[in-house]
Design a binder for this molecule. Structure first.
Ligand SMILES: Cc1cc2nc3c(=O)[nH]c(=O)nc-3n(C[C@H](O)[C@H](O)[C@H](O)COP(=O)(O)OP(=O)(O)OC[C@H]3O[C@@H](n4cnc5c(N)ncnc54)[C@H](O)[C@@H]3O)c2cc1C
Length: 387
């Protein structure tokens, strides 16, 4: 960390080594990793777990979300996904909490010929990167998931794209961090100057912009939760990501009968739920998986992803503030990026030397003007992303 790392932990000092602002998955995982390694940690948040993670689907999809022009981000997603099995096991072992980590894989499907053509363009790109994407004929698709609509024209399997339940993950991370000694302070941080610690880590999701001036903006996502009738599990096991008459949706089945159906991508900062969005999500979901029409609709909600101009997170010291680290801007990928973000930030705090993996994600890559403006984003085209 540009030569400055916190002083070694000592029990007679009241001042924390690390103050983390934000108790979402990112802040809590950093707190857990730092406290486990002996640092004195406080976490400030008036409403832990109330940010984007409270609505997130929990797909761990580095392959299905390997998009054109995002190679460095794809590398980070893959590296983090590779850490997920051990991370999930350690978290469950530490806390005794099951976090809904499932490894059945992801099916990517196209409903119409046009949908399939669009999907195949992306699959070809992903295969070109050497990623595990196996095209499947309609009959092979239905062998794997008989509940898929007969109209579905084709698809592909991404076997290494998994899922976790963020509503189980965040309380587990909180328990693990507290068990390791991190102290939760249920207050917001209004100014960084109010924090007294060796190093401050800003992991406040969309709240990071006001604290740091970094170009983090809210990207609204509306998302639905359904429930299979009569206490049954959903009639499918894979995460399903589909193009349906030009609409992009995903369906995430949970063992307890829940199905998460999402999501819109909107350049807005409100969290209202609109009838039009609910209609589009339901229509596309039912077109792909007709049995959903019989499920209970139990929740319609919206959250705000912490987006950045290049869709990638901001990780590392603020320009000219080596005592303040950013760990924010995780946009559509904060759940999958939780393990690697926590490890890289903890390593930086303990060792003082940035891992080369951090270089593309440094806080000064947008230039001073972008940081000062704390906005000026490149708009995300509605509908061209899924999570
Ligand atoms: C609809 C939707 C679907 C998604 N699906 C997926 C998915 O499938 N897979 C995936 O990887 N990601 C997904 N995401 C993205 C993911 O939820 C985010 O990237 C992730 O939650 C970011 O984590 P975070 O801890 O940085 O921020 P958040 O989860 O937003 O948490 C931020 C925390 O900071 C606190 N805070 C804010 N300001 C302050 C302050 N001034 N002082 C103190 N505390 C403060 C808040 O109270 C909150 O608890 C989805 C997001 C949405 C909206």
């Amino acid at each position: 960390m540009t030569g400055r790392s916190p002083s070694p932990p000592s029990r007679d000092r009241v001042r924390p080594d690390v103050a983390v602002v934000g108790a979402g998955p990112i802040g809590l995982a950093i707190a857990w990793r730092c406290a486990t390694r002996g640092l004195r940690v406080v976490v400030h948040d008036p409403a832990p777990g109330s940010g984007a993670s409270a609505v997130a689907a929990g797909m761990l999809s580095p392959v299905a979300e390997a998009y054109f022009g995002e190679r460095e981000l794809t590398g980070l997603l893959l590296a983090s996904a590779a850490r997920w099995p051990a991370f999930a096991a350690e978290l469950t072992e530490t806390t005794g909490v099951e976090i809904g980590y499932r490894t059945e894989g992801t099916l990517m499907v196209g409903l119409t010929g046009d949908d399939l053509a669009e999907a195949r363009r992306l699959w070809a790109y992903q295969q070109g990167l050497g990623l595990p994407v196996t095209p499947l004929r309609p009959s092979e698709l239905r062998d794997r998931e008989p509940a898929l609509a007969p109209r579905v024209r084709g698809g592909a399997l991404a076997p290494t794209d998994h899922q976790v339940d963020p509503r189980l993950l965040v309380p587990a991370l909180r328990a693990a961090a507290q068990r390791a000694g991190a102290v939760l302070v249920p207050q917001p941080v209004r100014h960084l100057s109010d924090v007294d610690a060796g190093v401050t880590v800003v992991a406040a999701g969309c709240g990071a912009a006001a604290l740091t001036g970094l170009p983090v903006r809210p990207v609204k996502g509306q998302i639905l939760r359904l429930r299979a009738p009569d206490g049954f599990a959903p009639g499918f096991r894979h995460v399903i990501r589909g193009y349906a008459d030009g609409e992009h949706v995903y369906l995430v089945p949970r063992a307890d009968g829940e199905v998460v159906l999402g999501a819109t991508v909107e350049e807005r900062s409100d969290t209202t739920v609109t009838a039009g969005a609910v209609q589009r999500l339901l229509r596309a979901g039912v077109d792909l998986l007709p049995e959903l029409a019989e499920y209970d609709l139990v929740e319609a909600v919206a959250g705000l992803r912490p987006g950045t101009p290049d869709n990638a997170p901001i990780l590392g010291p603020l320009p000219d503030r080596p005592d303040v680290l950013a760990a924010t801007g995780h946009h559509r990928h904060g759940i999958v990026l939780t393990p690697i973000t926590a490890d890289l930030i903890a390593d930086l705090l303990l060792g003082g030397v940035p891992d080369p993996l951090l270089a593309p994600f440094c806080a000064d890559r947008f230039g001073g003007a972008a940081v000062a403006a704390s906005g000026g984003p490149e708009p995300t085209k509605e509908g061209d992303r899924w999570s």
